[in-house]
Design a protein. Structure first.
Length: 579
């Protein structure tokens, strides 16, 4: 392919909003273009990479027994009403109406659509298991789209749904997808780990997030080097501190002027933060976003609350738990912002972390301005509506599996596998006749890969100061042949000979024959990130070229034949490594 004929627009500068390396580089290299906030278009180079990621996904999904279909992006509200989720996703769900004012959404995911297909067409155990998948555009109206393809409002997802006869069947389907995802992300060159994840609002029992390691990732990953435990911070269990055997002292309310934070009250009273109780005040919202209740959560003063755990405890959608308006909450519950404690609250659900009952003589707000109460003990001085593990694990806390101190890292969620169970098949009547002609509910799993997000994750992991450093299996082209002087007949002839020989071996070559200064061509080759660069310059007449790998190392003068044979060896080996 001649660069002079290609539609490639590399940029020197990008909009200030692009901060993440992948966002900056995918714009600068001409791979994507912003249409509107959170919506991107794929330009030729970007589309080639997208195709390669999709084809890796497709090959592995087909090899795993998945069958590809393509469902509509537009979805009728009726199916979401049936599954009970039409109201569960607030403004993130992109709703539209047709000319007859019928309600639809632009599909954020397709559990309802796939279940509807299957329930109408599968009726016997002989037809199960089945695993259908699609690679399709999804829509989620993110409040704050950012980081380019990393968190966009329109994105490309491979989503698969498995339908089995029973739990055992689902376990096998889940493991099959888990292993398939491992192959897919390995082939993409990603450094990743499957981590235990929270199943959130979609219910079900097990879930793993395939997380690509990246310091800019939005996922906080907790892991243990000793036993290989890995989980998202939201999912990780945080073990309770050992119970205290100290005697209970008499409670006493003291004047603590202006000590609104744990830090201030601990310093003022000469206590450790771990001897205090921290209050977090929430309001819960109904489907119309009206406040329908108050929640006061209490954890040890040196801990943080894990809000996902509270959401799951209350069985409410994620957007239905928000920080309370403290003035309004005070009128209803008697709490006092900055001085809230568990004694004397009313009209509010009190949730106390599981380790609090085992602790002794804690200091908490007295629900009175400028006052705290010392020596509070659960059971004697206060009770809770719910006692549950709602604390967030912190770096250095004991691993919930082996006790070694856990470490934190960050990552980008590029895939997620879920055991859904019967949540959708029950709600939508997806049943089959078993061997005894008895009606059984199908058991489902669902499996997503953020295809466009995977591209961004690869760039996050593979770039340097000069641009992108594509892993060979997903590079837009494998080799760039940079002609120093396109008008020089010897140079062009040799370049085209090299292109022809490599192309004959199935290697994708772009010849940079643009009428540009060599420096511009070298910078663009590094920015776009072609794995191999062969420079044809003034020694073309002697058949000598320069061979350089994008992954580093110096440029080397070799014969054109040597360059072709090295490039072939490197590229074909990389393309066949997974076979
Ligand atoms: C919605 C909106 C946003 C959503 C969902 C529904 C996330 C929703 C969870 C999943 C689970 C799996 C199949 C592929 C893999 C992920 N955000 N989820 O259900 F209406 Cl607006 O999508 N689905």
């Amino acid at each position: 392919m001649k660069m002079s004929k290609m539609y490639i627009r590399t940029l020197r500068e990008v909009p200030a909003e692009a901060e993440l390396p992948s966002h900056v580089l995918m714009l600068r290299s001409g791979m994507i273009r912003k249409i509107v906030s959170g919506v991107y278009g794929y330009m030729p180079l970007g589309k080639r990479v997208l195709n390669k990621v999709e084809n890796i996904v497709r090959e592995e999904m087909d090899a795993a027994g998945g069958q590809e279909i393509l469902m509509s992006a537009i979805q009728p509200a009726e199916l979401w009403v049936e599954s009970g989720r039409w109201g569960a996703y607030g403004p993130e769900m992109w709703r539209v109406k047709d000319r007859n004012s019928r309600e639809f959404c632009l599909g954020p995911t397709h559990e309802e659509i796939f279940t509807d297909i299957i329930r109408n067409e599968v009726s016997s155990y002989r037809q199960l298991p089945v695993n259908l998948y699609q690679i399709q555009t999804k829509y989620r109206d993110e409040a704050r789209p950012r980081f380019g393809l990393m968190r966009s409002r329109e994105f490309i997802m491979k989503d698969a749904y498995s339908f089995d006869r029973d739990q055992e069947g689902l376990d096998a389907s889940y493991q099959n997808m888990y292993d398939t995802y491992t192959r897919i992300f390995n082939r993409c060159g990603l450094k990743f780990a499957p981590v235990e994840a929270d199943t959130g609002a979609i219910g079900g029992s097990d879930s793993h997030e395939f997380t690509a390691f990246a310091e800019n990732g939005e996922s906080q990953i907790v892991y243990c080097e000793k036993c290989n435990m890995a989980a998202t911070d939201e999912r990780a269990e945080c073990v309770d501190a050992p119970a205290s055997d100290a005697a209970m002292l008499a409670a006493e309310t003291v004047h603590t002027p202006g000590t609104k934070t744990i830090e201030e009250v601990a310093n003022f009273l000469g206590l450790e933060k771990s001897q205090t109780i921290k209050a977090l005040l929430y309001e819960t919202l109904d489907d119309d976003y009206n406040v329908n209740g108050y929640v006061a959560a209490f954890v040890r003063g040196d801990r943080e609350v894990n809000e996902i755990k509270i959401i799951n405890l209350l069985g409410i959608p994620e957007h239905a738990l928000v920080m309370a308006n403290e003035e309004k909450m005070a009128e209803v519950t008697g709490c006092v912002g900055g001085f809230t404690g568990p004694v004397g609250l009313k009209n509010c659900k009190i949730i106390v972390d599981s380790e609090i009952p085992g602790l002794r003589n804690l200091c908490a707000g007295a629900n009175q301005v400028d006052h705290h109460t010392l020596n509070l003990n659960y059971g004697r001085d206060f009770e809770a509506d719910i006692v549950a593990n709602i604390k967030m694990i912190a770096e250095g806390d004991p691993c919930p599996v082996c006790g070694a101190p856990v470490k934190f890292t960050r990552g980008i969620e590029v895939g997620q596998v879920f055991k859904l169970g019967t949540k959708y098949s029950e709600a939508m009547g997806a049943t089959y006749k078993d061997e005894n002609m008895k009606d059984q509910v199908m058991v489902m799993g669902c499996y997503g890969i953020g295809v466009s997000r995977t591209m961004a994750a690869i760039v996050e992991q593979y770039h340097d100061d000069n641009g992108i450093v594509w892993p060979i299996p997903v590079a837009p082209y494998h080799v760039t042949v940079t002609v120093v002087k396109a008008k020089d007949a010897d140079q062009m002839a040799l370049a085209e000979k090299i292109e022809a020989e490599l192309s004959a071996k199935g290697i994708e070559v772009v010849v940079d024959d643009r009428d540009e200064r060599p420096g511009v061509k070298f910078k663009d080759a590094d920015l776009i990130g072609f794995p191999v660069r062969i420079v044809v310059g003034k020694k073309a007449a002697e058949g000598i070229v320069e061979y350089k790998l994008r992954t580093g190392g110096d440029a080397e003068e070799v014969t054109a034949e040597e360059a072709v044979s090295r490039a072939s060896e490197l590229i074909l080996t990389a393309l066949n490594a997974h076979k």
